[in-house]
Design a protein around this ligand. Structure first.
Ligand SMILES: [Zn+2]
Ligand SMILES: [Zn+2]
Length: 572
């Protein structure tokens, strides 16, 4: 899927409306973007094979526009409209209370071309005077503007980690900087990140502050030792300056979560300490702390991994039972759910397998798409049989990693699977996923997935909610009913480690971990590089407190095959 194209089409629809063009034309572009998103179309492939027009809502002019995008990287109509309209107008339409029609009205009647200008106009009550607005709308707009300011610059986790690495290097290169330690949500591994926070350790606090003010152009000072600025993609950057003998405390308080830190503070107070945001004191004197370990030791607690510092209640549990056993990267033996060039993957089966082997895996399940996913090159029976012969040949070569014959089989709108039973029986792993008809009712969608789960051939439910983080909300679904059924049938639920998906969310999984749900952490990789997404998924599985025995990737090949076979047997 080409996210840039989707953005372009969506923006184009807005631009058409903003420019007062025929509204049907704008709707056609918006609908095309929705179709491409819902069907997860591999656009380049669809263009190459001349299949675009087979998709609902893609007529000749859209085909032409998409074709132009594939060859030139942009669409000329889009470029022209962008030049004609003021830059900030598009931004205005991002506010929930302002559609393109209202944005146009604000522009034409008040000359407003940005959210900042709109905020100003609202404060001066100029907006309430406009036809169709009123003072209630004006208040709602101010609220929406505040929300927008807080959430506009969120990053997907993998992008945040990359950008954080660049910032770290940049800060480390400055004079007077001893260490730069990522903290905050980044250190706790959030699904998306709105702030990159760093502890900057220095023996020369004053001098470093001056340097930073010079080096970072838009920097603001929020407190004596806290500077903030914006990164390249607009994300908030927070720098907490600290001396070496206060690193432990600052790391502890800035890592969070707020609730978790508050619970820790209670413990410190109970032991006669005075915790503050800037240091830990006892009888008015600051207690030097170079590491977090020293602080946990003061509380007679084991060191608590940052990624699980979320709920305050966890602290009491850890005091009684110690840190719960958490799955880790070194436990992983099986790489499940990866694609190859046979469908919409970019690498051969051999390359995917060898890359997984290099990462230390013992087996890999190739799960290409089934025929309903024709836009993604889904395999019909013949091609699937050919693929199986290739897998057999590769396994005969003893590559040092066992390749399993799997498939990511579409769950059709009625809940049946996209291969007949005799084909499903030939597969060693079936991941069943929803890739179409996302707008079914909650009832229909739930029944659809439950029916698929009940099929004896299905072992894993793929990306169960269909959300695309920062892009597409999950479909309507009774997720609890689905997870309940998975638990009852002993089916495995996927934690999809694609940073655009990460579904099922760790918060939901956290609730089901206690009940014994089995999960698989799967990269859903389409390239060799994406195999490493697994590591992000593992951090989220840890956040949800999953021990190795509840994560099926930790099983040996024999155990995994036995588990899959047992599921089929109990189902029958
Ligand atoms: Zn999928
Ligand atoms: Zn997939």
């Amino acid at each position: 899927m080409d996210l840039r194209l989707l953005e372009l089409l969506e923006e184009l629809a807005l631009l058409l409306e903003l420019s007062g063009e025929n509204p049907f034309k704008a709707q056609a572009y918006a609908r095309a973007a929705r179709t491409l998103r819902e069907y997860e179309v591999d656009v380049r492939r669809a263009v190459a094979e001349g299949k675009l027009r087979e998709l609902p809502g893609i007529g000749p002019s859209l085909e032409e526009a998409i074709r132009e995008y594939v060859t030139t990287g942009t669409i000329s109509l889009y470029e022209r409209l962008r030049r004609q309209l003021p830059e900030g107008l598009l931004e205005l339409t991002q506010l929930p209370a302002v559609g393109p029609r209202r944005a146009r009205q604000l522009y034409e009647q008040l000359g407003i071309t940005s959210i900042e200008e709109l905020e100003q106009a609202c404060r001066e009550h100029r907006v309430a005077a406009l036809k169709g607005f009123g003072s209630k709308t004006e208040q709602a707009l101010l609220g929406a503007i505040q929300q927008w300011k807080q959430s506009r610059f969120r990053l997907h986790l993998h992008v945040a980690l990359q950008e954080a690495q660049q910032w770290r290097e940049r800060l480390l290169a400055l004079p007077d900087v001893t260490a730069v330690i990522p903290t905050g949500t980044l250190r706790r591994f959030a699904e998306t990140v709105e702030e990159l926070a760093f502890l900057v350790v220095t023996p020369q606090l004053e001098r470093l502050r001056k340097t930073l003010r010079k080096e970072l152009p838009t920097v603001t000072e929020e407190a004596e030792s806290r500077l903030t600025t914006r990164g390249e993609r607009g994300v908030r950057i927070r720098l907490e300056l600290t001396s070496t003998d206060n690193v432990g405390w600052m790391l502890l308080v800035t890592t969070g979560s707020d609730a978790f830190v508050a619970a820790l503070w209670e413990e410190f107070r109970a032991r006669g300490f005075e915790p503050t945001p800037h240091g830990l004191f006892r009888q008015g004197t600051r207690v030097p702390t170079r590491t977090e370990e020293e602080l946990f030791a003061l509380l007679q607690l084991p060191v608590i991994p940052p990624e699980i510092r979320e709920e305050a209640t966890l602290l009491a549990r850890i005091r009684q039972q110690g840190v719960p056993p958490l799955v880790s990267r070194s436990d992983f033996q099986g790489m499940l759910h990866v694609h190859s060039r046979w469908s919409d993957g970019k690498a051969s089966i051999r390359d995917m397998a060898l890359a997984a082997k290099k990462l230390g895996y013992r087996y890999i399940a190739i799960c290409d798409h089934s025929p309903a996913a024709y836009y993604a090159g889904g395999l019909d029976r013949d091609r699937l049989a050919q693929q199986h012969r290739e897998i057999e040949r590769l396994n005969a070569e003893n590559l040092g990693i066992r390749i399993l014959k799997g498939a990511e089989v579409d769950i059709r709108p009625d809940g049946t699977l996209d291969y007949p039973d005799e084909v499903l029986q030939q597969l060693e792993l079936v991941v069943a996923s929803v890739h179409s008809h996302f707008r079914q009712s909650r009832h229909e969608m739930t029944a659809r997935i439950l029916r698929a789960l009940e099929h004896p051939a299905v072992q894993i439910l793929g990306h169960a909610t269909g959300r695309l983080l920062l892009a597409r909300a999950p479909y309507e679904l009774d997720l609890d009913a689905v997870l309940e059924t998975a638990l009852r049938l002993g089916k495995i639920v996927e934690l999809n480690a694609q940073p655009y998906r990460f579904d099922v969310s760790w918060e939901v999984l956290r609730r089901w971990q206690d009940r014994g749900l089995l999960i698989a952490v799967n990269p859903d990789a389409h390239t060799v590089a994406e195999l490493e997404y697994t590591e992000l998924g593992i951090m989220l599985a840890r956040k949800a407190l999953f021990p190795p025995e509840q994560v099926v990737n930790t099983l040996s090949l024999e155990q995994f095959q036995k588990l899959c076979a047992r599921q089929e047997a109990t189902d029958r």
